[in-house]
Design a protein. Structure first.
Lengths: 90, 411
């Protein structure tokens, strides 16, 4: 009986969390950010902001994938914006 | 003669046009070469990056010691838009070791999965702030590793073998990141109760599960608070047995768990033309109760009932550090804007009744603390000179002081 109660609470709690997460989306304030703004706000959190000329366009794509794993709080769309900004500035 | 003159005049006039045509042909040829090169190189994009460093320490006993050097190349391959491989070979003090080698697959915009040897996604320091070109100090924070624990033990330090799922969830103006992982888990040294999380071969049938959740409450991502937890069986499946109150026991069910809280606040403040950063991490590492052999010459507080060759202790270790840095990066002065001032306080509390923990003059355990005061001069965004004073106060009250310097070049 105890197991069933615990399981029910876990399932209800999980569904609640999922509904909460699905009900949330990034606001326009967040989605409208430019690549330069995301670059300025996020790179500094761990290291100095990189110089766009340090890598080629192709290399920035690779760096973007690496940072997506490390930073982990940026979506693919946001990483792509940063990469495009760095490519346009180098 | 006249026709010869006309020929030279014509040639002279045509020369710029020929140069232009030739230049255009060169330019076209360059474009063709670029395209050919691009086609030849395929879709795989590889990058070699990383850092190299060299440093020294000075203290009143050993005097000057050129004791720090290393090289850590990082290999990154973008195989496709979904598939990515990353690896680092680290050679601190000249000993080469594979730090990580991990394959990642991006499932969608929000989730990716990874497998291989990976940096422990527990806390923030090991995975995010440890690389030499990122760490502002010439030393690491106090961490429970071989500097303080016997036998080269790693407590949530270094790499694990396993799988992870990581992603991010937008929550309005805030966001949440998560990593869930399953790994071989820690191993227990049944001679002394030390655990080692860098367990690349599984020592039992049990797997460790854990993860980290990071919450970024503000839209500009200036603050992140992370919570980590992990749990697994540490004991070996074929470990030796011992007898307590006529009951046989072994180490195969001895579990280990750990939790950590990390904080990162970085903000550019135009009013003081500076960037300030506050970072910190607290970790607590717990091992289930078990009995271990009493080392020769050690007087234990809790012997096994009726057996003075075995003893037990509360096997919980805690450490934390808090770091503050200040860099007037928005100043126009070219020299001052590259200076970063650093302050860090570290604390390590080992299990006070363990035979291997630091003791005071009365044989009691306690806390090791360390104060680091430093300065970093940045030559570019990933290369710089680091200087620090490191003052450690040991459990017995002894103080050790060192001056450290390191030159780090990111590439």
């Amino acid at each position: 009986m105890k197991k069933i109660t615990s399981l029910s609470i876990t399932i209800i709690f999980s569904i609640g969390i999922l509904l909460f997460i699905n009900g949330c989306a990034a606001t326009e304030k967040v989605t409208a950010k430019s690549g330069a703004q995301i670059w300025g706000e996020n790179c500094l959190r761990c290291h100095n902001a990189p110089d766009p000329v340090d890598y080629s366009d192709a290399q920035w794509e690779t760096v973007g994938m690496h940072m997506k794993q490390r930073v982990n709080n940026l979506t693919e769309a946001e990483i792509n914006k940063v990469v495009e900004f760095l490519q346009s500035a180098n | 003669m006249k026709s010869l003159f006309r020929f030279f005049m014509l040639a002279f006039l045509l020369m710029p046009a020929m140069t232009l045509v030739s230049s255009a042909q060169d330019s076209t040829q360059t474009e063709v070469n670029k395209k050919n090169l691009s086609a030849a190189s395929g879709k795989t994009k590889m990058l070699l990056t990383g850092a190299g460093w060299f440093g020294f320490a000075y203290d009143k006993d050993a005097k000057l010691n050129f004791n720090s050097y290393g090289f850590a190349p990082v290999f990154l391959w973008k195989i496709s838009d979904k598939l990515f491989f990353e690896s680092e070979i680290e050679a601190p003090q000249g000993e080469f070791e594979l730090e990580f080698a991990k394959l990642n697959y991006a499932v969608n915009n929000y989730i990716s999965i990874g497998a291989g040897r990976m940096l422990t996604p527990f806390g923030a320091y090991g995975e995010k702030w440890e690389p030499a070109f990122i760490e502002r100090f010439p030393n690491n924070p106090i961490i429970p590793d071989e500097d303080f624990l016997p036998g080269g033990t790693h407590l949530n330090w270094g790499a694990i073998m396993g799988l992870d799922v990581r992603g991010r969830v937008p929550l309005g103006n805030s966001r949440l990141s998560y990593v869930l992982f399953v790994s071989n888990g820690p191993s227990l040294d049944n001679s002394n109760g030390l655990i080692d999380y860098e367990n690349l071969d599984d020592n039992n049938a049990n797997k460790q599960v854990g993860g980290r959740i990071g919450l970024l409450p503000f839209s500009n991502s200036c603050l992140e608070v992370g919570f980590s937890y992990e749990q697994g069986i540490a004991g070996n499946s074929e470990d030796s047995v011992y007898q307590i109150n006529s009951e046989w026991k072994d180490y195969s069910k001895v579990g280990a768990s750990a939790m950590a809280v990390d904080l990162n606040f970085v903000k550019s403040i135009p009013k003081i033309k500076s960037i300030i950063s506050v970072k910190g991490q607290f970790g607590s590492y717990m091992v289930d109760d078990a009995y271990y052999s009493v080392p020769e010459g050690f007087t234990a507080n809790n012997y096994a009932p009726g057996d003075s060759t075995l003893y037990t202790f509360n096997n919980t270790l805690q450490n934390y550090y808090a770091q503050f840095s200040f860099r007037p990066a928005l100043l126009k002065n070219k020299c001052l804007k590259n200076v970063e001032l650093l302050f860090r306080y570290n604390s390590l509390t080992e299990p006070k009744d363990a035979a291997w923990s630091e003791k005071d003059n009365n044989g009691a355990g306690g806390v090791v603390t360390r104060l680091d005061i430093g300065l970093c001069y940045w030559l570019n965004w990933r290369t710089g000179l680091r200087f620090a004073y490191e003052g450690t106060t040991h459990v017995n009250g002894e103080q050790s002081n060192e001056l450290l310097a390191r030159f780090v070049m990111g590439f």
